[in-house]
Ligand binder design. Structure first.
Ligand code: HEC
Ligand code: HEC
Length: 288
């Protein structure tokens, strides 16, 4: 190529690259309203965004991968924890984490009830934005793995995040596809919110919810002690009741409920079929 050809080549390739860039940018902007569900941005969501800025949540947290890496990514937090839990957490975070064990704490920001409700609405809107899998490997809250994300709890544990897994004694390894226990195990990961964001099946590992190992023995124990006031007459029924109507019997401890209401989400009774709940019960009954 002579000088003139080189110049032409440079100009043409720059022009083509710019054009592609422009078209893709315009195309992205065209898609934003759909990807972000722009029609669901209510006044509450907007107020919540102001709360988010006013308290500088981003100084410690990330959303959409942006922000500081001191605290977990909150992009999908409302799909991991329900509103009752988040409300109680923001009122007094120190109740939920122990500085010695977790090494870091969220300060009590002194938010009003209204501000808390608004910021939850904002985070809920954020969680529904189609972010096409971004960020790929966020720092998550203790115990959680987002359904469909490529990082399992075991992988997180291997990378030093999350909690150690490994089947507890008495657990049956997962076998065939149509095995109710295997189906329950899968559902335990994929239900929305995912059960494993709050529960470990390892004995004694309590996350936002208590460990679910040995529920049969636990049920017998609370019945024998006279503490149990629900309607179940067998361990299976107790597990079903706990899933469908979490507040029927409250696991003792200030971390798990406030004013007679469990922090466990209440949508499962409606969102899961009878059969799916049977699978979860079968799975949880398999940990002796
Ligand atoms: C000074 C740093 C800091 C600021 C500012 C902060 N947080 Fe946090 N937050 C934390 C830490 C640390 C954790 C996690 C504790 C852990 O995992 O050990 C956390 C956890 C959370 C969680 C998850 C709790 C759970 O267990 O699932 C939510 C939700 C949350 N913060 C919301 C907010 C919101 C909303 C704001 C702003 C209004 C905010 N945070 C501001 C440090 C902060
Ligand atoms: C946001 C956190 C959270 C999620 C998600 C969650 N739970 Fe819970 N769960 C709790 C809390 C907190 C308790 C204890 C309070 C109570 O007794 O309801 C609990 C209690 C239970 C109990 C009774 C255990 C006991 O010791 O009393 C069972 C069984 C249970 N959950 C199963 C599930 C299953 C199955 C799923 C998924 C379909 C699930 N949970 C999702 C927080 C959660």
């Amino acid at each position: 190529m002579n000088k003139r050809q080189t110049r032409l080549f440079a100009i043409a390739s720059t022009a083509i690259a710019s054009l592609i860039f422009l078209v893709l940018t315009l195309d992205s902007h065209r898609q934003f309203p759909t990807l972000t569900n722009a029609d669901t941005i209510t006044e509450e969501v907007v107020r919540g965004q102001h709360v988010w800025h006013a308290y500088n949540c981003i100084n410690c947290h990330t959303i959409f991968g942006e922000g500081a890496y001191y605290a977990p990514d909150l992009t999908k937090i409302t799909q991991l924890r329900g509103t009752p839990y988040l409300t109680a957490f923001m009122k007094d975070p120190s109740q939920f984490y122990d500085e010695e064990r977790h090494r870091r704490l969220m300060p009590n920001l002194g938010m009003s009830d209204q501000e808390i409700a608004d910021v939850i609405a904002f985070m809920d809107w954020v969680s529904r934005v189609d972010n096409q899998g971004w960020p790929p490997r966020p720092i998550l809250v203790t115990g959680s793995a987002i359904p469909g994300a490529d990082l399992t709890i075991a992988q997180q544990a291997a990378e030093g995040q999350g909690i150690p897994t490994g089947l507890p004694p008495g657990a049956r390894p997962v076998t065939a596809d149509n095995d109710p226990i295997a189906l329950g195990e899968a559902l335990f990961r994929t239900a929305v919110p995912t059960c494993q964001a709050c529960h470990s099946i390892a004995p004694g590992v309590n996350l936002a919810g208590p460990s679910l190992a040995g529920l049969e023995a636990y049920y017998e124990q609370i019945v024998a002690s006279g503490e149990y006031k629900g309607k179940a007459t067998t361990a299976e029924e107790f597990i079903r009741e706990s899933i469908v109507e979490p507040s029927a019997y409250l696991h003792p401890g200030p971390m798990y409920s406030a004013e007679g209401t469990s922090f466990m989400p209440t949508n499962y009774g409606e969102d899961l079929t009878e059969e799916q709940i049977d699978h979860l019960v079968a799975y949880l009954m398999s940990f002796k």
